[in-house]
Structure formats: structure tokens, C-alpha cells
Design a protein around this ligand. Structure first.
Ligand SMILES: [Zn+2]
Length: 323
């Protein structure tokens, strides 16, 4: 039941009905609605804060899981960086030094940002930052991998060249000499067996029975095979390339033919005593760019360090050469 209010009108001296103006009524309604809205908003704020919805809890979990994944990914990238650093170190210190190439400077390996990225703590990063950090690290890694691949390709080329050079370098003894007893005279000034005066001996003499096989000491092409009357008797000259040439003298018989391609270890003739010689032996010379070298330094495929030491002592004996 609606309450009716009255008031005493002093002008009319009568009790009259109190009429509330529409303006006031509307104001009351709006005030009520505003109060309800504010209360509701505050209530929702408090309930959201202290009692998250199921959906929110799910998102929160998802968020944590993603952060964990980022950490794992970051750790993985760190490990990859470390492995790559090891490879780079080996590349510079081992391969590049073996092949006498300059180490790759770090700048070429695009190492610029990894350090700062590593030093950052995952926990303190927002997801966007995490993303940026990982993308940066992957970019660095990719640049460094590219640089490393390029370096290995270059080294591959060097290995191939080096293989050819090694095959062309005299590296074994020209006759079988397991006991090292066949080396009879060394390189340098020796007493000439015919003139009995001191003369330069441009090679090594290996004393061996007539018919002992003589081996090519490196790959190459035969440039001379036969007797030219120069004192070497039946002899063979092989051009190995890279400036290397070897000469084998005083053979009883020559097997190699002029122009023939020869592999290291192939038989090119047999020991004899033809030409200026005092007994069956092989006179062996190594030339580089036209100069005589001491062949003793070209047996490294054949000799252990101890054997090489013994050979050096034998060759140093100032005896008479066989020529
Ligand atoms: Zn000789």
C-alpha cells in the first residue's frame, strides 16, 4: 500500500498532499542503480582476484608450461652454441694450422650477440622478450653454422691439394732396407772412390746385391730411362711435380719407360753397377726446383723416429762413396 504524506501549507492554512517532483524521483532511481553497479563491480573485482575462474586457471597453467618450454629451448640452444664453439676451436687450432691457413677471426663467425643473450635470466623475461631472445640466439647460431660450413669447404679443398702434394713428395726408401744395413754412404762431401779426392756426393748410396728391386719413392712421370753416358749408368729420372724430381743410378736393368706414369712403390729397375761405380749399389738423389737435397729427410713413410736417428748417424759417417 502506497503511503500518502501530507504537509501543512501556511499560505493556504490547510493540510495538503505532498507530491514528490519527477526530477527527484528519477534522481533517486539513478542513485540506486549507481550504488548497485559500484557494489557489483567491487564484488566482481574481489572475487576475480581471490577466486580465479576455471578458464583463468587453465590459462595460467598454460602460461607456466610455455615458460618451462622456453627455458628448455633456451638450454638446448646454449648447448648447441657450446658444441659449435668446440668445433670452431678445433677448426682454428687443428685443421687450419695443419693446412697452414689463417684462423678464422671471430667476427667472421658472427659471434656478436650470444654473450648478452646467455647472460639474461629466463625468469625475469616477459614472454615477448623470451621470444626475441630465442630468435636472436637462433639467428646467431645459424650465421655461425654457415661460417663454419664455409670454413670446412675451404679445408676440404686444402686436403685435396695436400693429398696431391703428399703423393708427389718422396717419402720411402728406394730399396727395401728393414735392418737399415744397406745405407752405405751419405749426402755431402765424401771421398771419391775412383779419384780418391774429396768430392760432393749429391745423393745416398744403398749397397745391395745385384738384381735387388728399386722402387719409385713418390707418384710421378718418368722423364728419363736408360744410359746417357753421364756416369749414372742405366738410370731413371722421375718428375713428381711441385718441383720434386728423383734420380736412381747404376741399375743392372731399367724397367720404367720414358713418359710412363709411376706410382709410389712401383718397381722401376734393379740394382747393378753400371756407369761410374765400384760395386752393386743404388745411387739415389732427390731434387727440388733443380737443387740437390739430402734424401735422408724424405723417408718419413718408412722410418720410426728411432730408425731415423740411426739412419742419420750412419749417413753422417765420413766414409767413401760408391758413387
Ligand atoms: Zn752415390
Amino acid at each position: 500500500m502506497k503511503k500518502v504524506k501530507y504537509f501543512y501549507n501556511t499560505n493556504t492554512l490547510r493540510y495538503e498532499k505532498l507530491v514528490t517532483p519527477l526530477r527527484v524521483k528519477l534522481l533517486r532511481v539513478f542513485s540506486f542503480l549507481a550504488a548497485v553497479s559500484v557494489a557489483g563491480f567491487l564484488f566482481m573485482q574481489i572475487s576475480y582476484r581471490y577466486f580465479p575462474s576455471a578458464n583463468e586457471q587453465k590459462l595460467h597453467k598454460e602460461n607456466n608450461r610455455l615458460k618451462d618450454n622456453y627455458s628448455i629451448l633456451n638450454e638446448e640452444i646454449k648447448r648447441m652454441n657450446q658444441s659449435l664453439r668446440e668445433i670452431e676451436k678445433r677448426d682454428n687450432q687443428v685443421y687450419r694450422s695443419i693446412f697452414e691457413a689463417n684462423p678464422l677471426p671471430d667476427s667472421a663467425r658472427a659471434k656478436m650477440i650470444e654473450k648478452q643473450a646467455e647472460d639474461r635470466l629466463i625468469a625475469s623475461l616477459s614472454e615477448d622478450e623470451l621470444n626475441t631472445s630465442i630468435i636472436q640466439q637462433i639467428n646467431t647460431l645459424r650465421n655461425r653454422l654457415y661460417a663454419q660450413t664455409t670454413s670446412f669447404t675451404a679445408i676440404e679443398g686444402m686436403v685435396k691439394n695436400k693429398e696431391a702434394l703428399l703423393a708427389a713428395t718422396p717419402a720411402i726408401q728406394p730399396v727395401s732396407n728393414k735392418e737399415l744395413s744397406r745405407l752405405a754412404s751419405g749426402f755431402g762431401y765424401r771421398i771419391d772412390p775412383v779419384y780418391k779426392t774429396t768430392k760432393f756426393h749429391a745423393g745416398l748410396d744403398f749397397a745391395a746385391p745385384q738384381g735387388t728391386p728399386i722402387y719409385a719413392t713418390a707418384d710421378g712421370t718418368v722423364t728419363l730411362a736408360g744410359n746417357t753416358g753421364n756416369g749414372y749408368g742405366n738410370h731413371v729420372v722421375i718428375n713428381h711435380g711441385y718441383g720434386y724430381e728423383t734420380l736412381y743410378g747404376h741399375m743392372v736393368r731399367v724397367k720404367a719407360r720414358n713418359g710412363q706414369k709411376i706410382r709410389r712403390g712401383e718397381v722401376i729397375g734393379w740394382v747393378g753397377s753400371t756407369g761410374k761405380s765400384t760395386g752393386p749399389h743404388l745411387h739415389y738423389e732427390v731434387h727440388k726446383n733443380g737443387r740437390d737435397l739430402d734424401p735422408i729427410y724424405f723417408f718419413y713413410n718408412d722410418l720410426s723416429p728411432e730408425e731415423f736417428d740411426r739412419m742419420l748417424k750412419i749417413a753422417a759417417t765420413g766414409n767413401q762413396s760408391f758413387d
